[in-house]
Ligand binder design. Sequence first.
Ligand SMILES: Cc1cc2nc3c(=O)[nH]c(=O)nc-3n(C[C@H](O)[C@H](O)[C@H](O)COP(=O)(O)OP(=O)(O)OC[C@H]3O[C@@H](n4cnc5c(N)ncnc54)[C@H](O)[C@@H]3O)c2cc1C
Length: 416
Amino acid sequence: MRGGSVAVVGGSIAGSAFARAAARQGAERVVVLERSPGLLEDRGVGLCMQDARFAELVDAGHVPADVRRHRLALRRWVTRDDAPGAGDARGRRLWTQPFEFHSFHWGVLWQSLRARTPANVEFRLGTTVTEVGGDDDGDGAWVADGHGAREPYDLVIGADGYRSAVREAVCPQVGPEYAGYVCWRGSYDATLLEQLPGGARAWPEEECATVCYPGGQVVLYRIPGVDPGTTQVNWVFYAPTPAWLRLSGPTSIPAGALDAGRAGELAELAERRLPPYWAAVVTLTPPERTFLQPIYDLATPRRTAGRLLLAGDAATVVRPHNTSGAVKALQDAHAFEEAVRGADGSWTAALSVYERERGTAGLELVDLGRRLGAAQVVDAPDWSAMDESAMADWWHRQVTGSGGFGGSPLGSRPGT
Ligand SMILES: Cc1cc2nc3c(=O)[nH]c(=O)nc-3n(C[C@H](O)[C@H](O)[C@H](O)COP(=O)(O)OP(=O)(O)OC[C@H]3O[C@@H](n4cnc5c(N)ncnc54)[C@H](O)[C@@H]3O)c2cc1C
């Protein structure tokens, strides 16, 4: 781009990747405005990326090849078996599916992206952007943090997640939609598994377990710990909306904020619904490592307006069943960088290419996330009647159609 100033609102996965892309393409001044005051290392806990999508991002230079990750190879679907004489504490096996994914610790992935951000990128931590807008002539944009005057830039990138302030200016009519269920989440050091009958060996390291019950499912897998050489257990427990939850907008109940009664509700649900081994894996979680997140999704009809641009979850939020959010955010950064590279110094041209390439990217993934959520949680089958071939058919129906499980290939356009 050779010059110009760029504000990136939000310094998480999308924000770090976009800041790096803008600086690599020669923007003279890149400023990341991030609400959180410190390191973001505990955010989000664990996530997965499909191996093929990860390899594409490494090849394109957006993720370091050596970021610590944990190999998964199989997804084992199980359900509780209450039949007399049912002996396996891990439940009745429904199906074992190949699962070519690696898992990541959110904070470790973020730190590896942040560490690669060029030194001339300015990070302003503890800065909450309250308003953004475009210049009347369409040749610039501004941000305000509520404490000073509007600060002008050539481009403002909204990488500020599902409650984006930048989206308010780009598509004010669009907001996240509640899916009708929540997920409880938790993580802890995997050495704690030794306390369980059968210990850690009962659960192979490369196995992602999916425990199905009427009304929801629990997905459990290991992730790298923050310290090299350590491993954590990570789980996502999809469940009906708790009676006490009052939703006044998309927000989560953070770790440490769940009182004993609510944590006890989760333990009761686990013990009533899950096979004993998996109930014990969930209830081993320290309360301060347990939190609750309502499930939302969001699809914006456009990604740009004047000199404003949306990235990552600010543009589209896909239900987590599809394990594609981080991939999608990094692919957005790739498309942005390619658009700037080919635009011969014109921001307007770069934004129009980005809109063309990514305008509807994510919409097909949102649809797929909805199909997966319906099939696996809201309208789930009678698990007691399912066997291996019924599971394979059921899965095939979910993933047939638009969107790619784990994300679409890098550079593919929706509908192609
Ligand atoms: C339960 C669950 C499981 C998931 N599992 C996976 C998975 O397995 N695989 C996967 O790929 N993805 C997964 N995801 C999704 C993934 O975490 C996100 O899609 C991805 O991290 C991209 O996020 P982002 O950078 O766009 O936004 P975010 O990570 O939400 O970051 C937004 C940033 O903007 C900052 N911010 C917000 N508002 C302001 C403001 N006004 N001013 C300044 N800063 C602001 C925030 O503090 C934050 O740092 C999962 C999500 C959930 C909820």
